[in-house]
Design a protein around this ligand. Structure first.
Ligand SMILES: [Zn+2]
Length: 338
């Protein structure tokens, strides 16, 4: 089968490798229907984060179950499944409290940008749809695997709710779907921070009521001016840089909530600054599995259309071009078709 590997910064290759097989009795092997390139894949692509010498790429996927191990009970061959980017047993104390991405059996899913994928802890990681969904819904279901689930967690962590003003820092796919989530959770006002006209338009389609183009201290001043001088109730941080994190904390009012889901790179918070901000900070790798049943239902009901974040679709063989397009910000998010 074909699978995608990163050899080093800027060096992504699609190669022929043996099909994965069930190794543990809790595994499933799925035939991947669609996968995609994640914003977090760009960190090693840009040389900012390090991976192994030939890293199997991809952790977002939907597909059809081919085979399952002897202990798998909840999904079976032929099921169409959406899975989270972290494998979880969904039974340990951390999973039961809703933090499946920090399951005590800490295991990521890797190698989804391929024709077949081995998913560990299949019963706790995969959610089957009632039937094989309409092809038009595949992109949206794929977003549930990570970006939508992550944007949703950020909005929940920021306590987006009716009557609240939510600021979204970051106009990548996660930030844009954070806008969608905030809107769905009933936020009264959703302020998207973006300088890119295409992304601004998508943010508005997803429910943004205001756009702020300024960044850093100017962006914070603009948000303050729009919120009676006190800052927003809720802020979503979906970038992971020092500037974005500071912008998020400073745009939030005392007593407000910051949901941070951008993978932090070299972010250092100053103690006194944090102390006097008086904000709640809650974030980390999103427990996508917690939200999957609800997100799948909203998508199958056509209540939301998060698949609009895919503005590039290419065959799996062209994965290197997909990385390049996202790296150069020519594409918001690229879908790969095995
Ligand atoms: Zn667990």
């Amino acid at each position: 089968m074909k699978a995608t590997f990163m050899y080093g910064p800027g060096d992504v290759r699609v190669e022929d490798v043996p099909k994965p097989t069930v190794i543990e009795p809790t595994d499933a092997v799925i035939k991947v229907t669609a996968a995609c390139v994640c914003g977090s894949d760009l960190w090693p692509y840009r040389g900012i984060a390090k991976l192994g010498p030939r890293a199997p790429m991809g952790h977002e996927y939907v597909g059809v179950v081919e085979t399952v191990g002897s202990d798998v009970r909840l999904v079976g061959p032929g099921d169409f499944v959406v899975g989270s980017f972290f494998a979880s047993d969904n039974t340990c104390e951390i999973c039961r409290s809703g933090y499946q991405s920090r399951c005590v059996i800490n295991q990521g899913v890797r190698g989804a940008q391929a024709e077949y994928l081995r998913v560990p802890l299949a019963d706790g990681t995969l959610v089957a749809t009632p039937s094989v969904p309409d092809a038009a819904l595949i992109p949206s279901l794929l977003t549930a695997s990570d970006v939508l689930g992550t944007g949703w967690f950020a909005a929940v962590a920021a306590e987006a709710a009716p009557g609240k003003t939510v600021v979204v820092v970051g106009d990548g796919a996660v930030g844009l779907l954070g806008v969608l989530a905030a809107k769905q959770l009933g936020a009264e006002r959703v302020i998207a921070m973006s300088r890119n006209p295409v992304r601004q338009a998508l943010a508005e389609e997803f429910g943004a009521t205001d756009i702020v183009t300024e960044r850093g201290d100017e962006g914070v001043a603009r948000v303050k001016a729009m919120t009676g001088g006190i800052g927003a109730h809720c802020v979503i941080e979906a970038v992971g840089t020092q500037q974005a994190m500071e912008q998020a904390i400073h745009a939030c009012r005392p007593g407000g909530h910051v949901g941070f889901v951008g993978v932090a790179h070299e972010v250092q918070l100053r103690g006194l600054d944090l102390f006097y901000s008086g904000v709640h900070l809650h974030g980390g790798p999103a427990p996508v599995r917690r939200f999957l049943p609800e997100l799948i239902r909203l998508i199958l009901d056509r209540a939301i259309n998060p698949g609009l974040v895919f503005d590039l679709t290419v065959p799996l063989e062209q994965a290197p071009a997909a990385y390049q397009a996202m790296d150069e910000r020519r594409a918001i998010k690229a879908l790969l078709q095995p």
